[in-house]
Design a protein around this ligand. Structure first.
Ligand code: 9WN
Length: 452
């Protein structure tokens, strides 16, 4: 057993090692640029250690914001090499909205940024610097959310859509299998490329080549459409209203309302938008019979009945009412996602009984710390403190025994993907700082045994 101080220091060393002087890389070699939702999670760790770096993380990302508000999922670092697909594949110069001097991708990731900015402000020791930071970021965050509602909630339902699996952050989740199968690629549609990821980590951990073909097919479609959202909407075979994305947007709108109020701005429009998203998630994505939230495929006009850990995350934004929350928690316990008895490190990314579950392949089963962090906060929000504490202890066990990996085997706890993964370290730092009693090694669950 390590002391809390030792664990915190080790986590901090991971962030320090991945700090480039301008932003923090998600991982030393596999991800050498800046990623959008990683930046927000990483800032949640830095804020306990170095307020300036937490602020710098988000500032660096928003410097690459497109003119119409889009925050790109990758901001490329000119000095870094060794990631595919790089700027030459994205061809963002085809869009009049892309920044002229900064190379970026042309898709987005879940909007966790207002949530991170508000948390940084609340934790800040240097209040005046934090206020200046909030004032600077507020219009950019508002423009980012405006872009999402304007371009991605085209039908005015209160739900935004994603147009690429990478936009969900859960790249090869079984959620997308049905859509991938519908994307019949002719020989001429299959882009020629050489992957780098499988030279850096085990091939068995990563998405397959067939999945990559489709990721790149979509990127080419976007580039050829000049990143024009109307043209993309017409042609794109992948248009999904995702539970996790909309949940994080709902929470981000709540946090943007807090920021607006703190700055003396009108917070009402943000509160109203948060309520609209919550209502729409409950109206369209909640399945009352199955007691779970499901993604919605806009192309086929039907739900995607695939059970991911992300299907439980509306708890994080306070979207379910008390009864729905109780049913969600019962479902979590009954389904194999959550185990009091230690038979599985909770919570795996995908249903352990689901078709195609894999304990090692990326978003098809392994435990990811960011999803667990969202569930911990969501369960705590509704008063399920024993459940939240149980997850905190399993997170601690995973990193203590195996290190700060990108993801973990749910049965052995073995680390997979990249080592020295930044958001794993950052979110452990956050839990150690804000949930110290739950992160205590050896504190037994008042209900049943923690993972042993
Ligand atoms: C593609 C950086 C990113 C995370 C994503 C994760 C993975 C990229 C990749 O790494 O995606 O965006 O190359 O596999 O799935 O959630 O933001 O850590």
């Amino acid at each position: 057993m390590r002391t809390t101080t030792a664990l915190r220091e080790q986590a901090c060393q991971v962030l320090e090692a991945n700090w480039t002087g301008r932003f923090t890389k998600p991982a030393p070699r596999l991800y050498p640029h800046q990623w959008s939702w990683d930046a927000a999670f990483i800032a949640l760790g830095w804020m306990h250690e170095d307020q300036e770096r937490a602020q710098q993380e988000l500032r660096h990302l928003f410097r690459a914001q497109w003119k119409h508000g889009l925050v790109p999922h990758i901001v490329f670092d000119r000095r870094a090499r060794g990631y595919f697909p790089g700027p030459g594949v994205w061809e963002t110069h085809r869009s009049p909205d892309a920044p002229a001097r900064i190379a970026t991708s042309g898709i987005v990731q879940p909007p966790v940024h207002a949530t991170a900015a508000w948390a940084i402000y609340q934790q800040a020791r240097d209040r005046s610097a934090a206020r200046a930071f909030l004032e600077e970021l507020f219009p950019k965050l508002a423009a980012w959310h405006d872009y999402l509602f304007r371009e991605r909630d085209y039908y005015g339902e209160g739900l935004v859509y994603i147009r690429h699996p990478w936009e969900s952050g859960m790249d090869n989740a079984p959620l997308w299998d049905g859509i991938a199968q519908r994307m019949h690629l002719n020989p001429g549609d299959r882009p020629r490329y050489r992957r780098v990821d499988t030279t850096l980590v085990a091939e068995a951990d990563r998405p397959t080549s067939a999945e990559y073909d489709r990721y790149l097919y979509l990127v080419r479609l976007f580039a050829e459409a000049g990143y024009d959202e109307a043209r993309i909407r017409e042609a794109c075979p992948f248009l999904v209203q995702d539970v996790l994305f909309n949940t994080l947007l709902c929470r981000a709108e709540q946090d943007l309302a807090e920021i607006a109020a703190e700055l003396g701005e009108d917070s009402e429009p943000f509160r109203q938008r948060a309520c609209r998203v919550a209502e729409a998630v409950n109206r369209k994505l909640w399945d009352d019979r199955r007691a779970l939230y499901f993604d919605y495929d806009l192309v086929l006009d039907r739900p995607i009945w695939v059970r991911m850990a992300a299907c439980f995350t509306p708890l994080f934004a306070g979207i379910p009412d008390g009864l729905q929350a109780a049913r969600l928690v019962s479902h979590l316990e009954a389904s194999g996602f959550f185990n009091w008895d230690g038979s599985c490190y909770s919570v795996p990314s995908y249903d352990p009984n689901g078709l195609g579950f894999s304990p090692v392949r990326y978003w098809r089963g392994p435990v990811w710390i960011n999803i667990n962090w969202l569930l911990i906060e969501g369960l705590a929000r509704y008063g399920y403190t024993e459940h939240a504490a149980h997850l905190c202890r399993t997170v601690r066990l995973l990193v203590e025994r195996n290190g700060f990996y990108e993801y973990y085997h749910p049965y052995t706890g073995e680390g997979h993907g990249s080592e020295q993964f930044s958001w794993t370290a950052a979110l452990v730092m956050d839990l150690l700082a804000r949930r110290p009693e739950w992160m205590q090694w050896g504190v037994r669950s008042t209900r049943r045994r923690a993972v042993a």
